[in-house]
Design a binder for this molecule. Structure first.
Ligand code: HEM
Length: 525
């Protein structure tokens, strides 16, 4: 998800639709009128949440470089759980405590279930034809249903098989490199790219990965690019031809790439005989093609049986690529880094792997349920390094939170990073202590414990959580059970830099380099 976002093109109806659905139809108009008018009157007379004073017109724009999880955590310190910034015409509200996150994601979930999107995001997602940036409403709901039931579900064996097989192949690579320094960061980013690429396109476009990676990288840069006109729209008068051209080029490259794949899928579908429709080698594009409406782009997406356009399919594939690649890779790299930084914790985790599985066979996924300490180490990693540290939501209506007015269209950033390190909730908040999750009342990441939200909570929470966790746990378990790890010559655990980089996700700023040595007593075949 992007760090810098803009005023959406169309959002109000979607937001009110959500509110509408909760009302009894008979009393709907009456309640809506009284309720919304009451809320508007009340919210207008209430102050915005506290925040630093800004200048006329530009407001707090000079703080634009602090719109990262770390910057906002620092800025919010004197103000508490809700911080208000006026960035040109845009209201930004940063949420830094568990209770305020609960107010936004649970108590008023429907009001805050929209996403903000800037010009780049709108353009690159085919005018928000995807799930991650669609506003809350019927189209989003239908696409989410397809993703949860068809693409990410446990029942879709192919997605899970691609995780297992690509991890096996990564283990083989490590065996070949035992004794020499391995760029663990590069290795795991390549791993997750291969997993999502293969799950999305199957045997199609086997050779196109490098081309596709370049497209993803350019999208990522454009998503995060700072665009002053989103805060000061009158600056559009000055135009920005260069940026517009880059957007057009990026989308054209994606079109060229995915259109070929979609056409190949259409041909495959046409040439398939009725009886060989066993679906065994179906990839995600195949699954989505089942809802394809042909070239008729004017499909009625709000009808109960959803038809997807080509644009929907392309944008959904990009959601999977962005949602499933950097998040999982950054989680794996951080898990390995924290364990190398804390050798006593590494020993404990590896001891558990040796005690439970032994060293005479390879790790198998069914072992996971017998590895409580290992799993707590994964949870602790996600507390300290949530791959998406800022949840980006947008207010679909004027609202009141904790006595403060939050105007419609405000961007609400839930600082999961700051909440996970809140010293009033967590003891030794910056220390890596997996044991804290062994306690019986330890929070879980399913979204009802607001002090710990690595996958978000509520309607917009992560639909790929199970798949993402599976890939993370499987990769790290294999790496720690089959191999011992040392830092390369001269580097000590104290030297490891724990700085992160803020972009779509928050991976480690420098790649982890470590030396594996084979640990098992059985041959690795
Ligand atoms: C460790 C792995 C992962 C983490 C920590 C993670 C975390 C998150 C978070 C925090 C959100 C936003 C929640 C919110 O705004 O309230 C999100 C949304 C999303 N995630 Fe994940 N994710 C992971 C893996 C995946 C995977 C593997 C996929 C897909 C293959 C995926 C697809 C998505 C999508 C499509 C959304 C947008 C949902 C919506 O807006 O309705 N994620 N994820």
């Amino acid at each position: 998800m992007a760090s810098k976002m803009v005023r959406p093109l169309r959002l109000v109806c979607a937001g009110y639709e959500g509110i509408k659905q909760q009302a009894n139809p008979k009393t709907y108009f009456c309640h809506t009128f009284i309720g919304v008018r009451g809320l508007l009157n009340r919210s207008r007379s209430l102050p915005y949440p506290p925040g630093p004073r800004g200048y006329p017109i530009v407001g707090n724009l000079k703080l634009k470089d602090q719109l990262s999880h770390r910057g906002l955590a620092e800025l919010a310190k004197p103000y508490g759980g809700l911080l208000h910034l006026q960035m040109g015409i845009i209201h930004i509200v940063a949420v830094s405590t568990a209770e305020m996150a609960r107010q936004i994601l649970q108590v008023q979930d429907v009001v805050f279930a929209n996403r903000p999107a800037n010009v780049a995001i709108s353009y690159l997602t085919y005018n928000r034809a995807d799930m991650a940036f669609a506003n809350y409403g019927p189209l989003w709901r239908q696409m989410r249903k397809i993703c949860v039931m068809k693409l990410f579900s446990r029942k879709r064996a192919e997605s899970w098989a691609s995780v297992r097989e690509e991890i096996d192949s990564m283990v083989q690579t490590l065996i070949e490199q035992t004794g020499s320094p391995v760029n663990v960061g590069e290795l795991v980013f390549a791993l997750t790219r291969k997993i999502t690429y293969r799950a999305a396109f199957g045997s199609f476009a086997r050779d196109g990965q490098d081309e596709f990676v370049k497209i993803l990288q350019e999208f990522s840069k454009l998503f995060g690019a700072f665009d002053i006109t989103e805060f000061l729209p009158w600056m559009r008068w000055f135009g920005n031809r260069g940026f517009t051209k880059r957007l057009e080029n990026a989308r054209n490259s994606l079109d060229g790439f995915i259109d070929r794949i979609i056409d190949a899928h259409i041909e495959k579908k046409i040439s398939r005989k009725p009886n060989d429709d066993d679906g065994l080698d179906d990839d995600m594009v195949d699954e989505l093609m089942a809802f394809y409406s042909g070239e008729d782009e004017s499909n009625d997406a709000q009808s109960s049986s959803l038809r997807l356009t080509r644009d929907n399919i392309k944008a959904l594939v990009m959601d999977v690529m962005f949602g499933g690649t950097e998040t999982v890779a950054s989680a794996i790299e951080w898990a390995m880094t924290e364990l190398m930084k804390n050798p006593h914790e590494l020993r404990k985790v590896q001891q558990e792997l040796a005690d439970v599985i032994g060293l005479n066979r390879r790790f198998h996924e069914s072992d996971l349920e017998n590895l409580p300490y290992f799993r707590c180490a994964m949870k602790e990693t996600l507390r300290l390094h949530p791959p998406i540290p800022l949840l980006l939501h947008e207010a679909a209506a004027d609202s009141v939170v904790s006595g403060y007015s939050i105007p419609r269209d405000s961007r609400v950033m839930i600082n999961v990073y700051a909440i996970g390190r809140d010293g009033s909730v967590w003891t030794e908040p910056n220390a890596f202590k997996p044991g804290r999750f062994m306690e019986s009342k330890a929070p879980d990441f399913k979204g009802s414990d607001f002090e710990y939200l690595p996958f978000g909570s509520g309607r917009r929470s992560c639909p790929g959580m199970q798949l993402g966790l599976y890939a993370m746990e499987l990769a790290v378990a294999h790496m720690l059970h089959s191999f011992d790890w040392e830092l390369p010559g001269g580097v000590t655990s104290d030297d490891l830099d724990m700085t992160d980089m803020f972009g779509l996700t928050a991976p480690r700023a420098t790649r982890l380099i470590a030396v594996p040595s084979y640990r098992l007593n059985c041959p690795m075949l």
